[in-house]
Design a protein around this ligand. Sequence first.
Ligand code: FES
Ligand code: FES
Length: 154
Amino acid sequence: MKLTINRDLYSVDNKDASRKLLWFLRDDLGLIGTRFGCGAGICGACTVLVDGQPKRSCITPLSSVADGPSIRTVEDLAANGSLHPVQQAFIDEQTPQCGWCMSGQMMVAVALLEINPTPTDPEIEDALAHNYCRCGCYSRLRRAVRRASVLASQ
Ligand code: FES
Ligand code: FES
């Protein structure tokens, strides 16, 4: 199998077909920005983008994202050497408390803004509704996505 991650191609043995994407990212590639939370597809801490759509990597078998789909992790957001508007906005709004959920939150925000560059507050809330923040940073998250929308338009 071949996996396309952050535009690089990786070969994976077929015996690893059922292995979960999260552990390939973290343990094999050292892409530890993608976090482990619940491990059960519930919290969203492990969210990456697969062909632009948020996906929970802790429950995603490698075989389901091999040979075609483009996987994007939080490490890719600043790949061109400058912060992505979502990253800058999260900094500007001092969004994180402990920070554990934030890479997943940012990936959801990136996916939202790619399909809807000027989301309303209810649309932001809907998009982030299934990514939990145990620190309760929801109002700052909403403000950060709003700010990212403005930054991206400048
Ligand atoms: S760690 Fe994947 S959804 Fe919680
Ligand atoms: S900032 Fe701590 S879980 Fe979200």
